[in-house]
Design a protein around this ligand. Structure first.
Ligand code: FAD
Length: 561
C-alpha cells in the first residue's frame, strides 16, 4: 500500500477527516465547518497548506462558531469519501453550515483567496449568511443607538466594546469572534455612518488593528475565558507508515512508476467522477485508446487495457458510471492473465517526502513514453497529435490539480496546433514540460547563504535560450530554506552573472530540483552556446536523446510484483 501521510498533523488545530469521523464532524455539528479537500501530491495544495495552518492558528478562538477540517483525497481510504462529496479538483474548500444534514455536500468556495486575511473575510461572509445560526456564534451585524441605549438593562455583562468602522471593514466582526470564548465582555460593531454615536462618544481614530483590540479586550478586568470545552470531538486518523526508500537509477524510466500512474489515474483520479459523460467520456475513451495502442506494458496489463477499451467502445449511451468501469477494471483482474496491479509503488518518481513527486511525475513520464512510442510505432497517416490530444483531454477532464490543468490547457491552446509530425509531438511535450519546470522552480544559490561568485543558471522566467540576467541577489539575503539549482557546465561561461528567480519552493523536492531537462551531464550534445554565449538547445540531438531515454526497450522492470 502507498504511504499515506497527509499535509496536516494533529498539532495543526485542523480536524483531520476520514471515513470513520466524517459524519460526526460534518453532520449536525453545532459549529459551521470549513473543510479543505486536497491531494497530498498536488503542488498547489502543498503551497496552500502553510496558509491553511496559519488560518487555523489565527482563528482558533472561533472554534465554537466555526472550525477547520481537512482531508487527503489522494489517500486510498478517503477516495470514496471525496467522490461522495463531488470533489474533482484540488484544493477544494467547502463550507458546511451548522447542523448540516448527513447528506449535505457543503457549499464550495469558488476561487478562494490564498491568504489568511482573505480567507477569514470569506468565512465571515458565509457565517453571516447562514441558516441556522451556530448557537455559539455572537451577532455579527452592526449595532444601533437604540440597542446600545438599553444594552446594560438587558445584558448582564461588565463591558461593552464598540468598534467603529466602515461597512467594508471586517475588524469588528473579527474581534467579536476573537472574544467569543470570553465572558463579561460583548463586542459589537458600529458603522461610522452612525453619526450620532460617533459624535456622542467622541470617536476620532480609526485604527485597523484587530490583534491590538482583541488582546486588550481579553485582558480587561473581569474578563475571563469561559472554559467551554471544544464542541467538536477531534479524532485523528493514524498515518500509515512510510515505505522504505527504493534505490534507483536517476537516468532511467521504471515500469513500476508507469503502472502506479495507471492505477492512480484509473482507480483514484477517475473514481472522483461518479458519472462520466459528455466531453469527459470522450476524454476517457481517447485516453484508454492511446494507452491500448502505445503503452509498452506487460502482457497482463495490456490485456486489461484492451478489455477496458473494447468495453468503452461498446458503450453507446451518453454516459457511464464509474462503478461500472471499476467493475471492468476489477472483474478482469479475476482472470490471471489480465490485471492492473492495485496500489502504487513509486521508484523513479519517489519523493523525499510523501507529498512530493509521485503521481504528477508519473503522469509526465507516461505521456513522454507514449509520444515516443507513437513516433516509433504508429503507422503513416496517423494523426501526429493523437497522444497529445489524449493527454490534453485527460488533463482537462480529470487531472485533479486544477491550476495545473488550466496552465497546461493554456499552453496547448497556444501552440499544440503547430505539431505536425510525431517527432514534433515528442519535442512539444519535452519543451512544454521544461516550461513548467521553469515556472515552478525554486531557483537559488547556495543553501548556506555563502557568497558564491560562480555564475549559475537558474530556471528562468522564459525559455533558456532567451535568458537575460534578471536580478542580482546577494547570497546573504537568501534564507536557508532556498536551494541551489545549478547548470554546472555554464559556470565558466558568464562569470560573475547571477540570474535568480525566487519562487515558492514548496512543491519542489529538494533532492530533485527543477532543472531545464536534460541536464548537460545527461546529454551534453543537447546543449550548445550561441556566439553571444547564450544557451541554445540542439534539438537535433534532443530528439534522439528523448527517443532513447523513453524507449520501451530501456524501461526497467525492477520492483514489479
Ligand atoms: P516532473 O516535472 O514531474 O518530471 C518527472 C520526470 O520527468 C523527471 O524526474 C525527469 O526525469 C523527467 N523530465 C523532467 N523534465 C522533463 C522534460 N522537459 N522532458 C522530458 N522529461 C522530463 N505543478 C505546479 O506546481 N504547477 C503547475 O502548473 C503544474 N502543471 C502540471 C501540468 C501537468 C500536465 C502535470 C502532469 C504536472 C504539473 N505540475 C505542476 C506538477 C509538476 O510539473 C511536477 O510533476 C511535480 O512537481 C513533480 O515534480 P518532479 O520533480 O517529480 O518532476
Amino acid at each position: 500500500p502507498a504511504a499515506e501521510a497527509g499535509l496536516y498533523s494533529p498539532s495543526d488545530q485542523i480536524i483531520l477527516l476520514n471515513p470513520e469521523n466524517v459524519e460526526s464532524v460534518l453532520a449536525n455539528s453545532t459549529a459551521a465547518i470549513v473543510a479543505e479537500f486536497y491531494a497530498s501530491w498536488c503542488g498547489h495544495c502543498v503551497a496552500f497548506s502553510p496558509v491553511y495552518k496559519s488560518l487555523a492558528r489565527d482563528i482558533k478562538e472561533w472554534k465554537p462558531a466555526v472550525d477547520l477540517a481537512a482531508i487527503d483525497c489522494a489517500a486510498q481510504q478517503n477516495i470514496k469519501l471525496c467522490s461522495a462529496y463531488s470533489i474533482t479538483g484540488y484544493p477544494t474548500l467547502k463550507f458546511f453550515h451548522a447542523y448540516s444534514k448527513a447528506d449535505s455536500k457543503g457549499e464550495a468556495y469558488k476561487a478562494f483567496p490564498r491568504d489568511v486575511q482573505g480567507l477569514r473575510h470569506r468565512i465571515i461572509d458565509k457565517l453571516e449568511n447562514q441558516e441556522p445560526w451556530p448557537p455559539a456564534c455572537p451577532p455579527l451585524e452592526p449595532t444601533s443607538q437604540a440597542e446600545i441605549d438599553s444594552f446594560f438593562e438587558t445584558n448582564n455583562v461588565q463591558h461593552l466594546a464598540l468598534i467603529f468602522e466602515k461597512a467594508s471593514s471586517y475588524i469588528g466582526r473579527e474581534v467579536t469572534l476573537d472574544l467569543l470564548q470570553f465572558e463579561n465582555v460583548t463586542v459589537r460593531r458600529v458603522l461610522s455612518t452612525e453619526q450620532d454615536l460617533v459624535t456622542k462618544l467622541g470617536v476620532t481614530d480609526n485604527i485597523e488593528a484587530r490583534h491590538f483590540y482583541s488582546y486588550a479586550l481579553q485582558r480587561l478586568p473581569g474578563v475571563v475565558r469561559s472554559g467551554r470545552p471544544p464542541l467538536v470531538h477531534i479524532d485523528h486518523p493514524t498515518n500509515s507508515t512510510e515505505e522504505p526508500w527504493r534505490p534507483f537509477n536517476r537516468s532511467r524510466v521504471y515500469m513500476a512508476d508507469l503502472e502506479s500512474t495507471l492505477h492512480y489515474s484509473l482507480r483514484v483520479e477517475l473514481a472522483a467522477h461518479t458519472v462520466i459523460r459528455g466531453n469527459a467520456l470522450v476524454s476517457l475513451k481517447k485516453y484508454i485508446s492511446v494507452l491500448t495502442k502505445y503503452f509498452p506494458g506487460r502482457p497482463v496489463v495490456m490485456n486489461l487495457l484492451r478489455s477496458v477499451d473494447s468495453w468503452l467502445q461498446n458503450q453507446s449511451g451518453g454516459e457511464i458510471t464509474y462503478e461500472a468501469l471499476r467493475k471492468i477494471l476489477d472483474n478482469s483482474a479475476q482472470s490471471p492473465d489480465t490485471a492492473l496491479p492495485e496500489g502504487v509503488r513509486w521508484v523513479g518518481c519517489q519523493g523525499s517526502q510523501p507529498h512530493l513527486r509521485r503521481f504528477p511525475c508519473g503522469m509526465w513520464t507516461l505521456f513522454h513514453v507514449l509520444t515516443v512510442q507513437a513516433k516509433s510505432t504508429s503507422p503513416r497517416g496517423t494523426d501526429p497529435k493523437e497522444v497529445l490530444s489524449a493527454m490534453r483531454n485527460y488533463v482537462r477532464s480529470f487531472f485533479g490539480c486544477r491550476p495545473c490543468a488550466e496552465h497546461f490547457e493554456n499552453m496547448a491552446r497556444e501552440s499544440m496546433v503547430e505539431v505536425d509530425s510525431t517527432s514534433s509531438a515528442v519535442l512539444w511535450l519535452w519543451s512544454r514540460h521544461n516550461r513548467v519546470n521553469n515556472r515552478i522552480a525554486a531557483c537559488v544559490l547556495n543553501s548556506r547563504g555563502q557568497k558564491d561568485t560562480r555564475a549559475f543558471m537558474c530556471l528562468l522566467p522564459r525559455h533558456l535560450n532567451t535568458i537575460q540576467p534578471t536580478a542580482f541577489i546577494h547570497p546573504s539575503s537568501l534564507s536557508s530554506s532556498v536551494r541551489v539549482a545549478v547548470f554546472p557546465s555554464f559556470h565558466s561561461q558568464s562569470p560573475g552573472t547571477h540570474i535568480i528567480r525566487l519562487t515558492s519552493a514548496l512543491s519542489e523536492d529538494p533532492n530533485f530540483p527543477k532543472i531545464q531537462w536534460p541536464s548537460p551531464e545527461m546529454c551534453s550534445a543537447c546543449h550548445t552556446v550561441r556566439d553571444n554565449r547564450e544557451h541554445k538547445w540542439n534539438k537535433e540531438q534532443v530528439l534522439p536523446f528523448l527517443m532513447s531515454y523513453f524507449s520501451s526497450s530501456r524501461i526497467l522492470t525492477d520492483y514489479l510484483e
